[in-house]
Design a protein around this ligand. Structure first.
Ligand code: PLP
Length: 357
C-alpha cells in the first residue's frame, strides 16, 4: 500500500523543543499528520500524510453535536541503540475498532493504519525525545463528518493521526498520588459507552474531576454506577490493589476501558508467578484492607504514566493511607520492567515491542 506524503520544507518546519523538562503533555505537535476519509460508496480512501493543519469542518458536522468519535493514545520511544520502538500498537487499533463498533462507526483497516502510523513516526522521528522517560505521543482520532442535524449515525468519517513529544511522567522519580472516591457522580454504566475510548466518557468525568482537584486530589476513583460500591477505574487509568501477595483488578465488566497497560500488567504478573485476580472488589473491602493494613499497594496503569502509585484514598470524607504512603516494591518493579521493555532494554518474551528504525 502506497501512502503518499506531502512534507513541509525543512526550512519551514517548527522548532523542536530542546528542553525535556518543558515538554509536559499534549502541548507540542509535530510537523505532519496522517489523514483518510470514509464514505459508504468509497470505503476508506485518500490515505495520505500532509503538513499538520487545522481541519475545516461544517458547523453542523455530526461529531460536534452528537459526539460520535473515538480516539487512541500510544507512544513511540527512542530506546536502545538510538532505535525507534513501538509497543503493542496493533492492539490500539483493534481497541479503536471495538470503540467504532460501539459507536456505529466503520472499522479501520488495521494493516493500513498500522503502516500509516509507522510511516508517520519515521517521518517525525527527529521529534522523538532522547531523554529517558520521554516519548512521541501518538493520537489517532476518528470523527463523524456528515454536515447535518438530527440524531443518527453519520455516513462519512475522517480518521487522522497527530503526534507530539511528551515529557517524562516522573522527571524526579515516582510521585505517588492521592485519589478521591466519587460516591455521587459516576463515569459510565454497564451497557453504556464506558468501554469505548470516546470523548463523551471524558466529558462525563469533568465535574467529579473538578471536585477532586478543588480538594487537592489528583484523580477520581470511580465506583460502579449501579451499586456505587465496586471499584471501576481511576481517571485515565485502570486500578490495581495488592492485598498481601495477591493482586486484584476489576474485571472487564463493560463499563471500564480495557487498558493495554492493564493487560500488560496482568500478563507480566502471571509470568512472574504472582497471584493476580480479575474480580469485583468493593470500596468497603479496600477501605477495610487499608484500615487493617492488608492493602499493601495500590496503583493505576495507563500509557501516559505506565504505573502510577497511589499513596492515599479519600472515601466519604475520611482519608486512608496506602501502606507506608510510599511507592510499593511491586509498583516499582512493574514500572521499571515495562519501561525497559518499551525502550528495548529488556528482551521481550511477549512479542509486544517492535523496533522500526
Ligand atoms: C486510555 C485509558 C486507560 C488506559 O489504557 P491504556 O491502553 O493502558 O493506555 C484507562 N482508562 C481510561 C478511561 C482510558 O481512557
Amino acid at each position: 500500500m502506497d501512502i503518499p506524503q506531502r512534507v513541509v520544507e525543512p526550512a519551514k518546519r517548527k522548532p523542536i523543543p530542546k528542553d525535556p523538562a518543558s515538554l509536559g503533555f499534549g502541548r507540542y505537535f509535530s510537523d505532519h499528520m496522517f489523514l483518510m476519509e470514509y464514505t459508504p460508496s468509497k470505503g476508506w480512501h485518500d490515505a495520505r500524510i500532509e503538513p499538520y493543519h487545522p481541519l475545516a469542518l461544517d458547523p453542523s458536522c455530526m461529531v460536534l453535536h452528537y459526539g460520535q468519535e473515538a480516539f487512541e493514545g500510544l507512544k513511540a520511544y527512542r530506546g536502545k541503540d538510538d532505535g525507534v520502538y513501538l509497543f503493542r500498537y496493533r492492539d490500539n487499533f483493534k481497541r479503536m475498532n471495538a470503540s467504532c463498533e460501539r459507536l456505529c462507526m466503520p472499522a479501520l483497516p488495521v494493516d493500513l493504519v498500522a503502516e500509516a502510523l509507522k510511516k508517520l513516526v519515521l517521518l517525525e522521528s527527529p521529534w522523538i525525545p532522547k531523554s529517558p522517560g520521554c516519548a512521541l505521543y501518538i493520537r489517532p482520532n476518528i470523527i463523524a463528518t456528515d454536515a447535518a442535524l438530527g440524531v443518527r449515525a453519520s455516513e462519512s468519517y475522517l480518521f487522522y493521526i497527530i503526534t507530539g513529544p511528551v515529557g517524562a511522567y516522573y522527571p524526579e522519580g515516582f510521585n505517588p498520588i492521592s485519589i478521591y472516591v466519587s460516591d455521587h457522580f459516576v463515569r459510565a454504566v454497564r451497557g453504556g459507552i464506558g468501554a469505548a475510548k470516546t470523548g463523551g466518557n471524558y466529558a462525563a468525568s469533568l465535574v467529579a474531576q473538578r471536585e477532586a482537584k478543588s480538594q487537592g486530589f489528583s484523580q477520581v476513583l470511580w465506583l460502579d454506577a449501579i451499586h456505587r460500591k465496586y471499584i471501576e477505574e481511576v481517571g485515565t487509568m485502570n486500578m490495581f490493589f495488592r492485598f498481601g501477595d495477591e493482586v486484584v483488578t476489576c474485571p472487564l465488566t463493560g463499563s471500564i476501558l480495557p487498558g493495554i497497560t492493564r493487560d500488560s500488567v496482568l500478563q507480566v504478573l502471571k509470568r512472574w508467578d504472582t497471584r493476580v485476580f480479575e474480580r469485583l472488589c468493593s470500596i468497603d473491602e479496600v477501605v477495610e484492607g487499608l484500615r487493617k493494613g492488608t492493602v499493601k499497594e495500590a496503583f493505576g496503569s495507563g500509557t501516559a504514566a505506565i504505573i502510577s502509585p497511589v499513596k492515599s484514598v479519600r472515601y466519604k470524607a475520611e482519608d486512608f493511607q496506602v501502606g507506608d504512603g510510599k511507592t510499593g516494591p511491586l509498583s516499582k518493579k512493574l514500572y521499571d520492567y515495562l519501561l525497559a521493555l518499551q525502550y528495548g532494554h529488556e528482551p521481550d518474551p511477549f512479542g509486544w515491542v517492535e523496533r522500526i528504525a
